[in-house]
Design a protein around this ligand. Sequence first.
Ligand SMILES: [Zn+2]
Length: 173
Amino acid sequence: MLEDLSQDCKIVIKFLQLHLAGKTVEDFRNFFLSYDNICHLDELKLFSHNLDLPAPYDKVWLEINKVIDPLHIKNHTRPKCKELYNPEKVKKQVPEANLMCAEQTFAWLGRYKRIFNSMTKTHFHFMVHCLIKGRNSYTTYCYKNKKKPLLPSAKIAKTLTVLDVLFKYILHK
Ligand SMILES: [Zn+2]
């Protein structure tokens, strides 16, 4: 569990650095990070103070908004989680936000599971990269044209979230 969390930390910090490159502390305050285990990340000592990064990224974790998506918040029984990481916070600022996009993309990506399983690591990373790029272009195109992207049913087993897949991909880059 602790090992998983430290791995998640590295992935999240790397993701924030890449995604918020060139942004200011003011921008960080308008940024929302949704992750199903964010409460446990936030409790780590590492995240209780400024990070050991050049300014303004030293403040990135403390300044961004952290939420848990509506599907996973139900599993968080502590009142603290429901208060601090309530997904409604996003809806107030960005009413059209789709916090389920990671689950949806994961359900879509799950269709390639058998194909991925037969690949070498390098081939797998390359394939995921190409597929995600293509899928993101398709999703962007759909929303720009007021269409809903086609998705498989949400019944597909969820052993990993798509964020895990993407973050692992980013980490290996
Ligand atoms: Zn929690």
